[in-house]
Design a protein around this ligand. Structure first.
Ligand code: AP5
Ligand code: MG
Length: 185
């Protein structure tokens, strides 16, 4: 699942887990659980997340590798919020090649910047998620996405794996589109 902060990656991933018995791996959720546990990794990540910056690639890739090694047998994985840079995409491709299970599709949810900021400010009020509380931090996340993460879409487009969906439809309508893609795999 690919797209800017607030586009609906997590919302759609949890619906996919229910319907298709897939394992959802969100690097953002993994970092937040490390922060809750007050681990050294969590403290390192928090310094970046609070500013809306990316956590360094080496830290992120190592955490993901450990997570993948600990997982049970499932029909497949949904990566949410990973990869976010070209080095992360290359690391993932290499890891999956070793398992003989390449990325099947990149599903990209397109949402305008103003709508993203509106959604995240609303969620910040309801949930108190730390990086949703300041409009400046939210805009920085959007900027970081546009500058550092968007090139990852071209990486998978070159492999003919990119599918773009309008993420401004209702949650159910977006899920309908995603289901059609997964059913075709
Ligand atoms: P991460 O946790 O991945 O956050 P994010 O990318 O900023 O995205 P969000 O989780 O905020 O949004 P989402 O797309 O999941 O949308 P959601 O479904 O929640 O990353 C956080 C931080 O961790 C990063 O900034 C970085 O510091 C670090 N990090 C994580 N991964 C990293 C990596 N690989 N490398 C380096 N650093 C990394 O929906 C949002 C809201 O919109 C919800 O309230 C939802 O109800 C609502 N909504 C959803 N769909 C719709 C719809 N169709 N219509 C109306 N509302 C909707
Ligand atoms: Mg999310």
């Amino acid at each position: 699942m690919f797209g800017p902060p607030g586009c609906g990656k997590g919302t759609q991933a949890s619906k996919m887990v229910d319907k298709y018995n897939l394992c959802h791996i969100s690097t953002g959720d993994l970092f937040r659980s490390e922060i809750t546990g007050k681990t050294a990794l969590g403290m390192e990540a928090k310094a970046f997340m609070d500013k809306g910056e990316l956590v360094p690639d080496s830290v992120t890739i190592n955490m993901l590798k450990l997570k993948m090694q600990s997982l049970p047998d499932v029909n497949g994985f949904i990566f949410d919020g990973f990869p976010r840079t070209i080095p992360q995409a290359e690391a993932l491709d290499n890891m999956l090649q070793e398992m003989n299970e390449p990325v099947s599709k990149m599903i990209s949810l397109k949402v305008r910047d103003e709508e993203l900021v509106k959604r995240l400010l609303m969620r910040g009020e309801a949930s108190g998620r730390a990086d949703d509380l300041s409009e400046d931090v939210i805009w920085n996340r959007v900027r970081v996405y546009n500058e550092q993460t968007l090139p990852v879409a071209s990486h998978y487009q070159k492999q003919s794996k990119l599918v773009e969906i309008n993420g401004e439809e209702s949650i159910e309508a977006v899920f309908g589109e995603i289901s059609r893609i997964l059913d075709s795999l």
